[in-house]
Design a protein around this ligand. Structure first.
Ligand code: PMP
Ligand code: GLU
Length: 409
């Protein structure tokens, strides 16, 4: 079969690909520590698990409304309003529930972006945005943020990237992969530029908002003057350790957008899984103490990994302020050589570690630690390590990486 040109140009998700590779190596008997996939290792909170059982017993087994159950939409609206520090900022009808935040973002892009429309993506950025834009036949416009500026997009760089064809800006805070968190001041500065360009819609991916180590993470929803062109994305995957439930949502005050996006979803999936929607509702309505506890654990892990990473030769490290990723600059190691007797050398014609992809391959086959190359996120001098795993695993992985890096010459 010949696949369509549109799909042929989409690359596979490198985060999922690396995770699958690590799983396959483990299944083949290799002792691999995986720091590739960004998903909490904690079990889903007990009251949420109970909700699933209740939902099954209550026969929540039929189709539901396309944009989500009234209960979850109302709970999400309340949750999002509270985060922005405003009661009733969002109402249930401003919310569309989808199969994970990934689908919410994809739907938003599909709804807004047409052929040739430009979408500004500050890099490093999550692997899927650009492919979603291409799927919509839009044009990703990458603008670089740098470690020296804590990977924060500046108003000057944003303004320089805006053209009459710019349709959307996608911003992620706390950021995957950099761990950067936009302060209220950073958001204000960008908002000042955006107010001058009313054609630009902002998709704010705030899926990691609970996992923030600098106090409450500022939300784009607090920018009421932009509210008519803001799409805010969130979900239960990260905050509630519910990645496999596949429930995310978007919030938007623009009724025409909600109507169109609902129409799209109605032709795509009918609705997200009813049992999972009920569980997500109970997660949002329940005690958020479990979320705070998980965030505290992530913070301890962050402190540990940063401390250990600072000891690794050739790495430049910034302490992440949110999410659960470390994104060290590894320029100091590029151009070095793996030992001639290494598994890396045996599997290739060269011992040269030329770029971040090579380094990840070397760390995988010789260090037995799976990381993701920064090239997947648009920054090929860095690599990403997910520290959503136990402190013991972090310590062991960093020790393996340190030893493997010491063998480079
Ligand atoms: N946005 C970012 C930045 C992510 O890292 C992820 C990870 N999966 C998602 C969205 C999608 O989350 P979900 O599991 O809800 O689809
Ligand atoms: N968002 C996570 C990550 O970046 C999960 C994988 C994915 O959806 O890309 O690793």
């Amino acid at each position: 079969m010949i696949v369509s040109e549109r799909i042929a140009q989409i690359s596979a998700s490198p985060t999922l690909a690396m995770a699958a590779k690590a799983v396959a190596m483990k299944a083949a008997g290799e002792n691999i520590l995986s720091m590739s996939l960004g998903e909490p290792d904690f079990p889903t909170p007990i009251h949420v698990k109970q909700a699933v059982k209740d939902a099954v017993d209550a026969d929540l087994s039929h189709y539901g409304p396309v944009p989500g159950t009234p209960g979850l939409r109302a709970a999400a609206a309340k949750y999002m309003s509270a985060w922005a520090g405003k009661t009733e900022l969002f109402a249930a009808e401003d919310i569309i529930v989808s199969v994970g935040a990934k689908q919410s973002i994809c739907n938003a892009i599909e709804t807004l972006v047409g052929k040739g429309d430009e979408v500004i993506l500050p890099t490093p950025c999550w692997v899927s945005y650009s492919e979603m834009v291409k799927l919509a036949e839009g044009m990703p416009v990458f603008v670089r943020t740098t470690m020296d500026n804590d990977f924060i997009l500046t108003p000057e760089v944003l303004e320089a990237a805006i053209t009459p064809r710019t349709k959307v800006l996608v911003l992620c805070t706390p950021n995957n992969p950099t761990g950067a968190v936009y302060s209220a001041k950073n958001i204000d500065a960008l908002a000042e530029v955006l107010l001058r360009y009313p054609q630009v819609v902002i998709i704010a991916d705030e899926i990691y908002n609970q996992i923030c180590y600098t106090g409450t993470c500022a939300s784009w929803a607090s920018k009421t003057e932009l509210l008519d062109r803001l799409v805010i994305v969130n979900g239960v995957s990260k905050a509630f350790a519910m990645t496999g439930y596949r429930i995310g949502w978007l919030a938007c005050k623009d009724k025409a957008f909600i109507k169109a996006c609902t129409r799209l979803q109605g032709q795509q999936i009918t609705c997200a899984t009813m049992v999972a929607q009920y569980a997500a509702q109970k997660a949002l309505e329940g005690d958020l103490g479990c979320v705070a506890d998980m965030t505290k654990a992530f913070e301890r892990r962050r402190d540990l990994i940063v401390k250990l990473a600072k000891d690794i030769r050739g790495w430049k490290v910034r302490s992440p302020k949110g999410a659960f990723y470390l994104f060290p600059d590894v320029t100091g190691l590029l151009g070095m050589y793996a030992p001639a007797d290494s598994a890396y050398a045996k599997s290739r014609n060269t011992t040269l570690v030329a770029n971040a992809d090579d380094l990840c391959e070397y760390l995988l086959v010789d260090g037995h630690v799976a990381c993701v190359s920064g090239s997947a996120f648009g920054e090929d001098t860095c690599i990403r390590l997910s520290y959503a795993c136990s402190e013991r695993q972090i310590a062991e992985a960093m020790q393996r990486i340190r030893a493997a890096v010491e063998r480079l010459g």
